[in-house]
Design a protein around this ligand. Structure first.
Ligand code: S3P
Length: 169
């Protein structure tokens, strides 16, 4: 049987892609980012998908991509921050591998996503307030789907990867 996937979940700006890439190379697994696969399949970027199809359309595409990736060979999968908003996605991740919740403080997330133009949900007057609201809504789901949590506030990506490797055992 192939090795199960490692899913990275957590809010926008926490570092899922950076950490995921490093982790994948340590584990000798391919790295996949659900947002990039959605863009490749659609032939358009995420802001375009939100504009044309709304968040609902994006979420359908996201679940399709996640479901397909679960059937493919084991990989480190960085997910979009809203992956936990759909119960189907939570089930898929629980059934197909280990889930790591990458956590960071509101301060760090606001700093890392400042002046971001690629994330439709943050194109609002007060992005920091929006991040706070999103965190409040999603934190219980991140925590409950995760097999373990790694805090990225105090350490760089390399230290986070070491902690994940330890947790995976
Ligand atoms: C979203 C997060 C984004 C992307 C989309 C929606 C969210 O991914 O999927 O803009 O709902 O939090 P990142 O977490 O990789 O930025």
């Amino acid at each position: 049987m192939s090795k199960p996937h490692v899913f990275l979940v957590g809010p926008m700006g926490v570092g899922k892609s950076t950490i995921g890439r490093l982790l994948a190379s340590e584990l000798g697994l391919p790295f996949v980012d659900t947002d990039r696969v959605i863009e490749e399949r659609t032939g358009a970027d995420i802001p375009w998908i939100f504009d044309m199809e709304g968040e609902e359309g994006f979420r359908l595409r996201e679940t399709n991509v996640l479901s397909d990736l679960c059937q493919m060979r084991a990989a480190v999968i960085a997910t979009g921050g809203g992956i936990v908003t759909q119960e189907a996605n939570i089930e898929l991740m629980r059934n197909h591998g280990s889930v790591c919740y990458l956590r960071a403080s509101l301060e760090q997330l606001a700093e890392r996503t400042a002046r971001d133009k690629k994330r439709p949900l943050l194109q609002v007057e007060n992005p920091r307030e929006k991040i706070a609201q999103i965190l409040m809504e999603r934190e219980p789901s991140y925590t409950s789907v995760a097999n373990f949590t790694v805090n990225t506030d105090r350490h760089g990506p390399k230290a986070a990867v070491q902690e994940i490797l330890q947790q995976l055992g």
